[in-house]
Ligand binder design. Structure first.
Ligand code: ZN
Length: 405
């Protein structure tokens, strides 16, 4: 029997896409990488226009003329800021998240439907941002020296809270979630869930094709609200049993290894650094920025655009850290899928379908900076290495490998 060559098998999977399809994926991916920079510049420009207009300063003077009702001022200014940036950035959002996706055939959503989703997201972001800023400015006033430390704790707590409530209150606003229908695929998914200790009443299908043709699944929620959801695109693109099992196995890896807590921990650490830097950078930025006249110290909510400009730059600079944070978890989830679902070829077939929106073979530095998943070529190669190392496991009953293998 010929020996199995993981390198050749990986190359064969990469060759299932035509050179033209690879070229299009590369164009889309490189464009997306540049968009990170342009989006940062757009949000800086929007914040600066709002600052320059003096509208927030006048709002503060009207709502809180004598400085005795700071919470009211924060609420009014936060709401005004969210609404104004939404309007100023709307043309850019239309281009990046609707027009561009459609022009690459990654979405077939109508403009009306996209706008409907965007309009529904606005009040959610309004509530979350306003509450967060209320907590932030209260901390800045009460603990002017150590607010940045407390604020990072509030950020981590807020992230966890949003993750817990998202499957209950946020996700159903945008998509329909239904239990996976009875059938051979569901039976297999339930069997895998039982082998890995995942509650199998939590495996759902959602109409992801409404927004995007991306071949994808996800896990969201935490503790009692956690569930695995597969986009209906997986079934429209003729996923076979081995693909579905490999992808669901990957999502179960996120669930079983509680990656969401890893994200919350990393975000807490990044928030400590970011808030500390904001604390130090706010005064010189305010002094240097034209248009900041009449704006007070960090505790003045009218200085929110300055704070947001610094946060946008820090967000841009933190890209390699946040992508690495998720990339580490994605590698771990692939490993979990291989070790429990034993479908290296199913995983490879499913991964090949994601190349359309994530070019398969970036350079190492590009992967480290921009890729929130390891490159498809690397992931397929790891699956093939697993296959070579565990020839007797492929197709074996689901569940973890026995010790010592
Ligand atoms: Zn994943």
């Amino acid at each position: 029997m010929a020996t199995f060559d993981p390198g050749a098998a990986t190359a064969a999977y990469m060759a299932t896409l035509s050179p033209a399809a690879h070229a299009k994926a590369i164009a889309y991916t490189h464009g997306s990488e540049w968009l990170i920079l342009w989006t940062c510049l757009v949000s800086i420009a929007a914040s600066w226009l709002i600052l320059r207009s003096g509208i927030l300063r006048r709002l503060r003077e009207r709502v809180d003329p004598d400085g005795r009702r700071p919470k009211r001022a924060v609420l009014a200014i936060s709401a005004a800021f969210v609404l104004l940036t939404f309007l100023l950035e709307l043309p850019w959002s239309i281009y990046t998240s609707w027009w561009r996706e459609r022009s690459y055939q990654l979405s077939s959503q109508s403009f009306g439907s996209w706008l409907g989703d965007t309009a529904k997201a606005l009040p959610i972001s309004l509530i979350i941002t306003t509450l967060f800023l209320l907590a932030l400015y209260t901390l800045i006033r009460r603990a002017p020296r150590s607010w940045w430390l407390w604020a990072s704790g509030v950020t981590a707590g807020g992230v966890i809270l949003i993750v817990i409530i998202a499957p209950l209150f946020i996700e159903p606003l945008f998509n329909q979630y239904t239990p996976a229908p009875e059938g051979p695929v569901r039976t297999e998914v339930v069997r895998l869930a039982e082998a890995t200790g995942v509650p199998h009443d939590k495996i759902l299908i959602y109409n992801g094709s409404k927004q995007s043709d991306r071949y994808t699944a996800n896990v969201s929620g935490l503790f009692g609200t956690a569930r695995v959801a597969m986009s209906d695109t997986m079934f429209k693109q003729h996923a076979d049993r081995s693909e579905v099992i490999a992808v669901v196995g990957h999502e179960m890896g996120h669930y079983v290894h509680k990656h969401i807590l890893w994200f919350a921990g990393c975000m807490c650490l990044m928030a400590v650094v970011a808030f500390w830097l904001i604390d130090r950078l706010y005064p010189p930025t305010r002094d240097l920025l034209p248009g900041a006249a009449g704006v007070g110290g960090l505790a003045d909510p009218a200085g929110l655009p300055i704070l947001m400009i610094i946060a946008s730059v820090l967000g841009l600079l933190s890209t390699p850290f946040s992508t690495t944070m998720t990339r580490v978890a994605e590698s771990d989830a692939d490993r979990f899928s291989l070790d429990n679902a034993h479908e290296p070829d199913g995983l490879a077939k499913a991964l090949v379908k994601t190349i359309a929106y994530r070019a398969s073979s970036p350079g190492r530095l590009e992967e480290i900076i921009f890729y929130d998943h390891p490159s498809v070529e690397r992931r397929v190669h790891r699956a093939m290495l697993w296959k070579a190392a565990h020839p007797d496991r492929v197709g074996a009953p689901y569940g973890p490998l026995p010790r010592g293998t």
